[in-house]
Design a protein around this ligand. Structure first.
Ligand code: NI
Length: 174
């Protein structure tokens, strides 16, 4: 992995334990912004990628591995993408319903209504500002991960607007 200055880092990569439980404090605490993309941040991201692949997940947020930092990874276009300090700057009025699971809540599935499309701004691993418009599953996964960074879990959506007929869709392992 190289940083914005072209420095090459090689890390000892580890699969990290995934923190579980709807009442676990680190999962309920809004995360701190990352001031700078340091070697430690890149190492965390590399370990999160390994952990996510190992768990067969669609995404993973830093609090799920015990780090209260505004960092997550999300499968976008089938590729795990690190998002540093992500911020959703636009949400479509059109909504979608789907059933979601979460690596931190094994066996729990909740219908979650979310905007169908979003624009997300973030910093990439090279420290560059990025902006992407996402739709459908990509948008859903990123919204789920950004929720984690704000201390929000899918169980918080239980009972919220169940009036619409839900699709037979399921998003697991995020
Ligand atoms: Ni999750």
């Amino acid at each position: 992995m190289t940083d914005g200055a072209g420095r090459l880092y090689s890390f000892v990569v580890a699969v990290l334990p995934i923190i579980t439980g709807a009442d676990t404090p680190v999962l309920r605490t809004p995360t701190a912004l990352v001031p700078k993309v340091t070697k430690d941040v890149l190492h965390l991201i590399r370990n999160m990628e390994e952990t996510c692949v190992h768990a067969d997940g669609l995404g993973l947020a830093a609090p799920q591995v015990g780090q209260s930092l505004r960092v997550c990874i999300a499968k976008i276009n089938d590729r795990l993408t690190p998002l540093i300090n992500p911020r959703i700057t636009w949400r479509s009025p059109a909504m979608d319903d789907a059933e979601e699971g979460c690596l931190s809540l094994p066996g729990v599935y909740v219908h979650v209504r979310r905007p169908q499309s979003i624009v997300v701004e973030y910093t990439d691993v090279k420290g560059r500002a990025q902006e992407r418009r996402l739709a459908d599953l990509d948008a859903r996964v990123v919204q789920h991960e950004v929720d984690h960074l704000d201390g929000v879990l899918i169980v918080d959506y239980v009972g919220v607007d169940r009036s619409r007929k839900t699709e037979d869709a399921r998003t697991s392992g995020v």
